[in-house]
Write a protein that binds this ligand. Structure first.
Ligand code: CAA
Length: 258
């Protein structure tokens, strides 16, 4: 496995766990950390033993945003010519499900990276926010778009315009996160979710992710056409035969063949 300085990786069953590990800087997302994250995501995505990836931080911070020390001297048009956010899109290129397990602060780029993931689980101490406005900038890694789609215009506007943070209960109520769990149970719950996905058919899982993500990008008609094509194509897999035979024979299916 590759050597990393700013993240830790481990395998727990079918889960590839990536922990952001710059505790002294609240896991601020500097260029090196994001580069390592992209490499680790790619490696787990390519590993057939991994069904889903869990991305987490520490108890105090998932990530407190892009690294403000690194950003302060940056100026335009250098920022435009050398877009330092572009490599972050590695998160979006992962085909396996990515579960963000968020404890503590998920601010600015930290909230944005969490929202790039497929499922957000929050610990009861999680706090979400887009405080860029307080630095004289605006969200730059999807915050204005993904937060608005997740929680609606009025709340997103309030958060983006004031930098107000949202606690875990509000994040669950507004649909930003799937579930809130006690802090001590966050990682086990996220890994259990990954294991559950690991019992399912890999092509069905990949296509389910593709179909739901299409809802954010395509007009309804195109999204429905894509969903139908994916649905029908799965009848070409052995896993479809196995899944339906197992249901009819009242037994547990045995997938992972495609
Ligand atoms: N970048 C660089 N360093 C950061 C950081 C960041 N985003 N967030 C925290 N740190 C550092 C602090 O500078 C501090 O370092 P020192 O000990 O060397 O002084 C250390 O982490 C601990 O932080 P605090 O002392 O501030 O801890 P706290 O508990 O008092 O506050 C906090 C925690 C509320 C998260 C606070 O640190 C904070 O507000 N951080 C900045 C949040 C922010 O503005 N994020 C948006 C960044 S812009 C962005 O992300 C752009 C984008 O859309 C891509």
């Amino acid at each position: 496995m590759a050597e990393y300085e700013m993240i830790l990786t481990e395998v727990q069953g079918a889960a590839g766990v990536i922990r952001l590990n710059r505790p002294q800087a609240m896991n601020a997302l500097c260029d090196q950390l994001m580069d390592e994250l992209g490499q680790a995501l790619h490696a787990f995505d390519a590993d057939p033993a991994i069904a889903a990836i869990v991305l987490t931080g520490n108890d105090k911070a998932f990530a407190a945003g892009a690294d403000i020390r690194e950003m302060q001297p940056r100026s335009w048009p250098g920022t435009y010519l050398n877009d330092f956010i572009a490599p972050w899109e590695a998160v979006l290129g992962v085909r396996k499900p990515v579960i963000a397990a968020v404890a503590g602060f998920a601010l600015g780029g930290g909230c944005e990276v969490a929202m790039m993931c497929d499922i957000l689980l929050a610990a009861d101490n999680a706090r979400f926010g887009q405080p860029e406005i307080k630095l004289g900038i605006v969200p730059g890694a999807g915050g204005s778009q993904r937060l608005t789609r997740a929680i609606g215009k009025s709340k997103a506007m309030e958060m983006v315009l004031t930098g107000r943070m949202m606690d875990a209960a509000e994040a669950e109520r507004t649909g930003l996160v799937a579930r809130v769990v006690p802090l001590a149970e966050l990682l086990p719950e996220a890994v259990a979710l990954a294991q559950k996905i690991g019992e399912l058919s890999p092509p069905a899982v990949a296509m389910a992710k593709e179909a739901v993500n299409a809802a954010f990008e395509l007009p309804l008609r195109e999204g429905l056409r894509l969903e139908r094509r994916l649905f029908l194509s799965l009848f070409g897999t052995e896993d479809q035969k196995e899944g339906m035979a197992a249901f009819n024979e009242k037994r547990k299916p045995s997938f992972r063949r495609g």
